[in-house]
Design a protein around this ligand. Sequence first.
Ligand SMILES: NC(=O)c1ccc[n+]([C@@H]2O[C@H](COP(=O)([O-])OP(=O)(O)OC[C@H]3O[C@@H](n4cnc5c(N)ncnc54)[C@H](O)[C@@H]3O)[C@@H](O)[C@H]2O)c1
Length: 389
Amino acid sequence: MRILILGGDGYLGWPTAMHFSARGHEVVVVDNYLRRNIARETSSEALFETPNLPDRASIFATVHGKHIEVIIGDCADYRTLESIVRSHRPEVLVHYAEQPSAPYSMMGFNEAQRTLQNNLGVTFNVVWALLQHAPQCHLVKLGTMGEYGTPNIDIEEGWIDVHHQGRSQRFLYPRQAGSLYHTTKVLDTDLLWFYVRAYGLRVTDLMQGPVYGLDTAETVGDQRLMPNFHYDDIFGTVVNRFLVQAVAGIPLTVYGRGGQTRGYLNLNDTLQCVELAAKSPVGAGELRVLNQFTELFSVNQLSERVKAAAARCGIDVRVEHLDNPRKELEEHYYNAKHHGLLQLGLEPHFMTEQVLVEMLERVARHKSAIDPRKVQPRVSWNVPNRGGQ
Ligand SMILES: NC(=O)c1ccc[n+]([C@@H]2O[C@H](COP(=O)([O-])OP(=O)(O)OC[C@H]3O[C@@H](n4cnc5c(N)ncnc54)[C@H](O)[C@@H]3O)[C@@H](O)[C@H]2O)c1
């Protein structure tokens, strides 16, 4: 397949590019380093440095003997994206190119505006570039489980049948996100659904939970091929934060009561899911929504798992409950369906103690680089920190 990956320098984009390239597909990646720039601006740099995209591609070529074409460019600029799609005519377009930090999107006016304009702008440009130059291309778009929020009823896989006064209709499942970032994903889904209905695009929207993990089949052999690992309050997921806190001897910071339940998945399963989606394209005029996670647990359960794994490494971990900087339910009903990807053939890798131990060992190699100030919450949902400037 000819595959175009937008956001190819990112945590998911780079491993995805290597995964497809290693399996013989023709891969082009695009990135404008937005993530690296925001990380620098907010003092949220990754635990260890990763080479820039052209260097990563040339290391990959040396180690694996495969080519990944790299384009540094801004997908929010229509002329840039249009010319890339026109010249490459992808069969699959994987769209990761968004600002993915919820806290960043809640910092203030400038960060909110940048998140909204970038995320919606890229999705809108993707739609039009495909309509104009590759209308048969299958768009595989990354959404998030956070689009659904935490409703007091079961979360279906994208759609819900509503029966009302004797009649019924299938609708997109109701969405009520908890941050502006997650809201941009809701708006993306609505935008895509409109263009699928209007012009017959082919779209798979993957509602993904938080991803953890660093090693994939392609990172073996050269550490420089690893994806970025952020552990700060802005880009780091709760899993990464807990692992780093454990290694640094800092109490694990649970926000509020810790009953927040989410669906998690291993990085290797993200790669499987995206490949499974790409290999089973939907028909013209179809929007397929798949819930992409493999297991559910609460923040408290996660802290217990990290604590147990750390004990195996001889580390005694304490857990501290902080006032929650976010606005979210801290104890709630949560039952999200996730059958679609299993039916397509997903074979899950679960978060075993061994997996956590291996991640702790990897983090421990970079212990001296840990900056404890980065793991405390710096952004509150209650008051915008800064106004427009
Ligand atoms: N990592 C997770 O746990 C997770 C969970 C659910 C959903 N997602 C979604 O998956 C996607 C990838 O996430 P990630 O963790 O790899 O994030 P990331 O920030 O590491 O990767 C996104 C990449 O896109 C690039 N990018 C952003 N805007 C761009 C633009 N205008 N032009 C070109 N490149 C641009 C960034 O520079 C970055 O390299 C995102 O859409 C995110 O919302 C991620």
